[in-house]
Design a protein around this ligand. Structure first.
Ligand SMILES: *[C@@H]1O[C@H](CO)[C@@H](O)[C@H](O)[C@H]1NC(C)=O
Ligand SMILES: *[C@@H]1O[C@H](CO)[C@@H](O)[C@H](O)[C@H]1NC(C)=O
Ligand SMILES: *[C@@H]1O[C@H](CO)[C@@H](O)[C@H](O)[C@H]1NC(C)=O
Ligand SMILES: *[C@@H]1O[C@H](CO)[C@@H](O)[C@H](O)[C@H]1NC(C)=O
Ligand SMILES: *[C@@H]1O[C@H](CO)[C@@H](O)[C@H](O)[C@H]1NC(C)=O
Ligand SMILES: *[C@@H]1O[C@H](CO)[C@@H](O)[C@H](O)[C@H]1NC(C)=O
Ligand SMILES: *[C@@H]1O[C@H](CO)[C@@H](O)[C@H](O)[C@H]1NC(C)=O
Ligand SMILES: *[C@@H]1O[C@H](CO)[C@@H](O)[C@H](O)[C@H]1NC(C)=O
Ligand SMILES: *[C@@H]1O[C@H](CO)[C@@H](O)[C@H](O)[C@H]1NC(C)=O
Ligand SMILES: CC(=O)N[C@H]1CO[C@H](CO)[C@@H](O)[C@@H]1O
Length: 314
């Protein structure tokens, strides 16, 4: 019995070792590769009950969660470890290690599949987490590593994650998606936009750090809607980069302008992680013509009809 167990262990270690590692999001969700807005998100999955229900929810594709240094509720150990929580909370019933283990086990045993976006709130917790994440970077599901590395609108006073230290540690995760954004100060009764200085600073920071991993820029819906030209320029600076539009519950958002942003940047370059009422208002099923992919579809259609006409004539 023991020998068999040992054999199975060694064998699975060998198989794991030869595995092709962490998958790109578009390869993992091929049905959404040309329309990233099809990917459905669960946001702030920072406790065990929400993680359990999210894993059971077949509609969810990507799980977004926040990580801070803190302690596990009910445990006497007071040494801070990476836990799932949003500041100022620093206790949770879920550690990062347990969170990742559960998503990995789910991906191994279920026919459905999910990726994760890990929002590291400080450079200290990211550096303390790298060994846990490295373990799971060897497994076939998308891992996004998010941090707000620059101060952003509107004059946000939240301390950003140090960009140089962030990219130095992130270099370990060549197959992860790096999600790098700005701290924000925004809400219900506010209007504002990203400034050209803020966009320039991001372009310079990413270039300076020789990033080779895939990049997505998380942008807050209400601010992004007022920054269409700047954000189009930002994504065009980095080949293969995408936007991830997110929003807090209740944020003021100009829906028409946000639709224009998604249409201009393209459905194949825009993830949409916003509350469901806002996603419905966007009417993504009816973005209207003008996006490149619609043009190429109709061009093909035109060619086919011309061909059919020619064949009919002959
Ligand atoms: C990244 O992916 C490539 C190709 O799938 C694989 O060979 C490599 O080992 C992976 N690297 C890491 C650090 O996971
Ligand atoms: C778990 O997280 C969800 C979403 O953030 C929240 O609505 C819920 O109240 C949390 N549950 C507990 C027990 O903290
Ligand atoms: C959690 O926050 C409280 C209140 O700010 C603080 O007293 C405590 O030291 C923090 N615990 C950890 C582990 O950071
Ligand atoms: C943000 O800061 C700039 C420069 O200090 C200032 O001109 C601007 O009025 C501030 N904006 C808001 C909304 O406070
Ligand atoms: C926004 O404005 C409305 C109406 O003026 C008010 O009732 C609400 O409390 C305000 N919300 C915030 C977050 O300031
Ligand atoms: C980026 O690459 C350049 C040129 O190879 C090098 O001089 C620079 O030190 C690198 N920067 C970082 C942060 O690795
Ligand atoms: C976008 O980039 C183009 C070409 O580099 C430039 O002419 C234009 O001013 C930029 N637009 C904005 C809003 O920064
Ligand atoms: C893109 O996905 C959205 C769902 O988010 C859907 O409503 C829309 O019809 C899709 N558009 C295209 C062109 O596939
Ligand atoms: C997105 O779609 C446009 C229009 O069809 C195409 O030109 C572009 O190459 C596509 N980009 C990606 C990353 O697939
Ligand atoms: C590690 C692992 O087995 N990952 C799996 C996650 O789920 C997808 C879909 O079932 C599989 O293709 C992966 O191999």
């Amino acid at each position: 019995m023991f020998v068999i167990k040992l054999y199975v262990l060694v064998l699975s270690a060998l198989i794991l070792d030869n595995r092709v590692h962490t998958m790109k999001t578009q390869e993992f969700f091929p049905d959404a590769a040309q329309n990233l807005t099809k990917i459905n998100w669960a946001h702030a999955v920072n406790n065990q009950s929400y993680l359990s229900s999210t894993l059971k929810d077949a509609k969810i594709d990507m799980i977004e969660a926040d990580i801070v240094l803190g302690t596990i509720t009910g445990q006497s150990d007071t040494t801070p470890i990476p836990i799932m929580a949003h500041p100022p909370t620093n206790t949770s019933d879920l550690s990062l290690e347990s969170f990742l283990t559960q998503v990995r086990d789910f991906n191994t045993s279920e026919s459905s599949k999910k990726g994760v976006k890990l929002d590291f709130k400080t450079i200290d917790v990211f550096e303390a987490s790298k060994d846990y994440v490295a373990k799971f970077n060897e497994v076939d599901f998308p891992i996004w590593i998010n941090a707000d590395i620059l101060a952003g609108p509107i004059n946000s006073t939240v301390t950003p994650v140090d960009p140089a230290r962030f990219f130095a540690t992130a270099k370990l995760f060549v197959n992860a998606t790096l999600s790098v954004g700005w701290t924000t100060n925004y809400g219900a009764n506010m209007t504002g936009s990203y400034s050209s200085d803020e966009i320039e600073e991001m372009i310079e920071t990413v270039k300076k750090n020789n990033v080779s991993a895939e990049i997505t820029f998380p942008v807050r819906a209400g601010l992004a809607a007022e920054s269409v030209d700047l954000l189009v320029n930002l994504t065009s600076e980095f080949e293969g980069s995408t936007l991830t539009i997110w929003s807090s519950e209740g944020d003021h958002v100009d829906v028409d302008k946000l639709r224009k942003l998604i249409k201009t940047v393209g459905l194949n370059k825009t993830y949409v992680d916003v509350p469901s009422d806002l996603k419905e208002k966007l009417h993504l099923d009816n973005l209207g013509g003008g996006a490149g992919q619609f043009k190429s579809v109709s061009l093909v259609g035109l060619l086919v009809s011309v061909l059919v006409m020619v064949i009919n004539l002959v």
